[in-house]
Each structure stands twice: as structure tokens, then as C-alpha cells.
Design a protein around this ligand. Structure first.
Ligand code: ATP
Ligand code: LTN
Length: 328
């Protein structure tokens, strides 16, 4: 049987080059490898304050970006998390199998909540990994492709699966994460010690930026002292980040990328980085615009939700049986 591959992205803001390199860019290839289930984690987007109109717009944008990444809607299942109510139903059950202590130790929770006033931290933000675990196990997922920051959430899902199966027998499928070798963590162009992140947009390249802006942002990216183009994240975080972007966008290893710039100056190097990014981003953006204009995402999302629901219903029934809920 072929592998089942699942991933989700939150419609929380403008997608960045980090999202593109870390995840989006690889999805089309994935769909040749196994059965793909991709979704828009709109319920997760509610874990931090967001305007209704922004959430709606972001969800449409994200659906269009998924499709622009070359996904064939006949091959992959693409849907909104909120359209398949089984996610929330399974969440209500699984929340009893992850514990306060382990949830408190999640890096993402600590990062996000530390920037907030305690009285404004919602339960959803704290319980985020439970819903994510539900997303994953609902489809008997084998592989979860994510950026580096999400590994911990897949690991806690694995802990939950172990715990649940030890108690009830082999009910849930054990998932594995998969992180790409180059580009699992693209850093901010203005501060290469922090992740490029859509909820902290300083130093981001947005997938909707026009090409002039993209070039300008890359040309003015923070670099390091010295003049050698060398991969050394500790001492040369700026150059290493740009090398990573270059390598990922040209499907090269870091070593091959380094070789392209032996004896070259930073300026020349940055121009080459901008060139590879623009060469791919420009047609990607055109495809995105066409999809937005003709609204082709609507039917894809509807069909996707129906396909997803058929699988999710089966798993939920199995879980009900296991824990003793009557399937009447
Ligand atoms: P937020 O800032 O709202 O937390 P985000 O930009 O981290 O959002 P997500 O929706 O959390 O985006 O992530 C979607 C996917 O993109 C995840 O698999 C995540 O690991 C990946 N990703 C996000 N930022 C980067 C990055 N800078 N480099 C590589 N992958 C990334
Ligand atoms: N937490 C993820 C989004 C996400 C996800 C998932 C990813 C929600 N559910 C299930 C993989 C599998 C994020 O912030 N990128």
C-alpha cells in the first residue's frame, strides 16, 4: 500500500518564502510518492486573535497557493480543517490523553504565550498540539512533512499514539515527521538568528511581494563581516541563510551552492540568490493569480472535504468503539 502523506498550514498571515521552501515547494513531488492529504488549518488559526475577514481572505489565499504549487486536485485531497467536523470531534476525545505538563513544555506555546498577557492566552493555544495530533491520526497518516519548528508537535503526537494504543490496543497509526534536508528553517533577512515567520513579518519575503521588492529585500539582507561566501550558521548566519535559500531554490546541496561562489563577492552572490528566487516565484505568482481570479479553489475544497470526511468518519468510529462510546 502506498504511504499516506499529510500536512497543514495555518491561514494566519501572508505566506513567506520560509513556508514556500520549507513546505509548499515540495508538495507536488510528494504527490508522486504517495497519497496526499493537505489542508488549511483554519481552526488552528483561531488560537491567536484574528479578524474574521482576514481569516476568510487568508484561507482563500492559502488554498490558491497550494494549487499554484502544482498540486493536481485529482491526485491530492485539499480541504479546510473546519469543513470536516471529525477534526474537532476527535480533538474532544484526544484532549484527555495529553497532559498539562507536557503541553506546557511545547516550544511554540512558550514562544507565543510569552509575548502575551496571561489573561489573553486562550485554551486553544495551550491545547494546540491536541488538535494537531487529531489532524494527523484521523487519516492514519504515515508521513508528516513539516518545517523544523513543527517536529516537536509530531513527536508529542507519537507519544499520544503510544499512550492510546497501550491502553486500547492498536487503534491509531504511528506517524513520522519528515523535514527537508536544505531549507527546513529559513531565517529572517533582517535578523538571521530568528525564523522567517508570517506572524512576525520583519525581514520576511512574502509570496505576494512584487519581484522588484523581492530583489530589493534580498539585496539589502543583513550579511556578516568578512567577504567569503561560506556556510557557517554560527559565525555567518546571514550568509548561511542566503546560501540555504539559494541551494533550496536551485535544488543543490549546500556544498554545491558554496562552490558556485568561490572567490565571488557578497554583492554578486546576493544577485544570484535574487535571480533564482525570482525565476521560480514569478510564474508561481502568475498561477496563483489565475486561480484566485477564476475561483477554481472552491470546487477543489468542496470535493476535498467530501473525500477527507469519508476517511475521517471511519477512524472516528474506530476510536469511539475503542474508548467505549456507543456508535448509535
Ligand atoms: P506563524 O508565524 O503564524 O506561526 P509560520 O510562518 O510558522 O506561522 P505555519 O503555518 O506555522 O507558518 O507553517 C506552515 C509550514 O511552514 C510548517 O510546516 C512550518 O514548519 C513551515 N515553515 C514556517 N516557517 C518556516 C521557515 N522559516 N522555514 C522553513 N519552514 C517554515
Ligand atoms: N501546526 C502546524 C500546522 C498544522 C499541521 C497539522 C501540520 C496543523 N495541523 C497537521 C502538519 C500536520 C503549523 O503551525 N505549521
Amino acid at each position: 500500500m502506498s504511504e499516506r502523506i499529510l500536512t497543514g498550514i495555518k491561514p494566519t498571515g501572508q505566506l513567506t518564502l520560509g513556508n514556500y521552501i520549507g513546505v509548499l515547494r515540495n508538495l507536488a513531488k510528494m504527490s508522486e510518492r504517495g497519497e496526499c492529504i493537505f489542508f488549511i488549518a483554519d481552526l488552528h488559526a483561531l488560537t491567536l486573535p484574528i479578524e474574521p475577514e482576514t481569516l476568510r481572505q487568508n484561507s482563500i489565499d492559502l488554498a490558491s497557493f497550494y494549487l499554484a504549487a502544482g498540486l493536481d486536485p485529482n491526485k491530492v485531497t485539499l480541504f479546510l480543517q473546519s469543513s470536516v467536523s471529525e477534526h474537532a470531534e476527535l480533538n474532544a476525545i484526544l484532549q484527555n490523553y495529553l497532559y498539562f505538563g507536557e503541553l506546557s513544555r511545547m516550544t511554540q506555546f512558550k514562544d507565543k504565550s510569552s509575548k502575551m498577557n496571561e489573561s489573553a492566552i486562550g485554551l486553544g493555544l495551550f491545547a494546540y498540539p491536541v488538535l494537531m495530533a487529531s489532524d494527523i491520526v484521523l487519516y492514519d497518516t504515515d508521513i508528516v512533512p513539516v518545517g523544523e519548528d513543527q517536529i516537536q508537535h509530531v513527536e508529542i503526537t507519537r507519544d499520544l499514539v503510544n499512550r492510546f494504543n497501550n491502553r486500547y490496543g492498536k487503534v491509531l497509526k504511528m506517524p513520522k515527521y519528515e523535514v527537508r534536508k536544505v531549507g527546513a528553517r529559513i531565517m529572517s533577512l533582517s535578523d538571521p538568528t530568528v525564523k522567517m515567520s508570517k506572524s512576525d513579518p520583519k525581514g520576511d519575503i512574502f509570496l505576494k511581494d512584487d519581484m522588484k521588492t523581492v530583489r530589493k529585500k534580498i539585496m539589502s539582507a543583513v550579511t556578516d563581516t568578512g567577504s567569503e561566501v561560506k556556510y557557517d550558521p554560527e559565525n555567518k548566519p546571514g550568509i548561511s541563510n542566503l546560501l540555504t535559500i539559494y541551494a533550496a531554490m536551485s535544488d543543490k546541496s549546500i556544498e554545491e551552492a558554496e562552490k558556485d561562489f568561490v572567490g565571488k563577492r557578497y554583492g554578486e552572490f546576493k544577485t544570484a540568490v535574487a535571480d533564482v528566487v525570482i525565476k521560480e516565484l514569478e510564474p508561481f505568482q502568475q498561477r496563483y493569480q489565475e486561480i484566485v481570479n477564476n475561483k477554481s479553489y472552491e470546487k477543489v475544497l468542496k470535493d476535498g472535504a467530501n473525500k477527507a470526511k469519508a476517511i475521517a468518519k471511519e477512524t472516528l468510529k474506530r476510536v469511539h468503539d475503542a474508548v467505549g462510546l456507543l456508535n448509535i
